[in-house]
Unconditional design. Structure first.
Length: 193
C-alpha cells in the first residue's frame, strides 16, 4: 500500500492521537516503538516507523504485516478491519482552518513575513506582490537571501508548499519546495508598513 494513501495518513493521525504525541523526532519513533510493543507484543523497527511517517526518504509503500501491527496497536483486528471500519465512519476529512494563517493576497507590497520551522530554521520574507516573496533573511536553511518564490497561503503548524523557487539570483531553474515538511511552521508573523 502507498504510504501517502489517505488510509495510512489516517492511521498515522490516529496513532499520534492515541499516544497524545506528534511523531517527528528520532526519540518519538523510539517511544512509539515501545508503545506498539506494549500494546501488541509485536516488534516494528524504528527505521520502519520512520519510513512509514516519511521521516526517511526512499520508500513509497508499506508492508501489510506492518499495517496489521499498527492497526492492532489501535485495537483493530488487522489492517483490513481498520480500513473497513474507517469506510463505515461518517467523518469528513475537510474542515475549516482554525490555525493562524496568512493569505498573500491580504498583504501589501513591502510587508514582511517572518517564519520559522524545526530545527531552528528562520526566514524573513518581503512581499513583492502577485503571491511572490523575496527572502531578506535566512538562518540554517537551504533557502538563501535573494531567493524568490511564489506562495499563496501560510498556516501555522502546517508545511508550506512553494513554487517557482528561484535561487542563485534568479539564474537557476524554478523549483517546487516544501518548508517545514515534518512539523510545519512554528512561527508566522506579519509586519505591515
Amino acid at each position: 500500500m502507498e504510504i501517502n494513501s489517505p488510509e495510512i495518513y489516517e492511521l498515522r493521525l490516529r496513532i499520534e492521537a492515541s499516544i497524545k504525541r506528534k511523531i517527528q523526532t528520532p526519540a518519538d519513533f523510539d517511544f512509539l516503538r515501545g508503545i506498539i510493543w506494549e500494546r501488541t507484543h509485536e516488534q516494528i523497527s524504528t527505521s520502519t516507523l520512520k519510513r512509514l511517517w516519511g521521516y526517511v526518504d526512499g520508500v513509497d509503500t508499506a508492508r501489510n504485516s506492518t499495517l496489521n501491527v499498527l492497526s492492532k496497536s489501535l485495537g483493530y483486528n488487522n489492517w483490513d478491519d481498520f480500513v473497513n471500519k474507517l469506510k463505515l465512519e461518517n467523518q469528513t476529512n475537510s474542515d475549516l482552518v482554525l490555525s493562524k494563517s496568512v493569505v498573500s493576497c491580504d498583504l501589501s507590497i513591502g510587508d514582511t513575513l517572518s517564519i520559522a520551522w524545526q530545527p531552528n530554521r528562520v526566514c524573513q520574507l518581503s512581499y513583492l506582490g502577485n503571491d511572490t516573496f523575496k527572502i531578506i533573511k535566512a538562518e540554517n536553511s537551504k533557502l538563501k537571501v535573494g531567493d524568490t518564490f511564489r506562495c499563496g497561503l501560510f498556516i501555522l503548524g502546517e508545511p508550506v508548499y512553494i513554487n517557482e523557487l528561484r535561487q542563485n539570483n534568479g539564474t537557476g531553474e524554478p523549483k517546487l519546495f516544501v518548508i517545514g515538511n515534518k512539523s510545519g511552521l512554528t512561527k508566522l508573523k506579519v509586519e505591515t508598513f
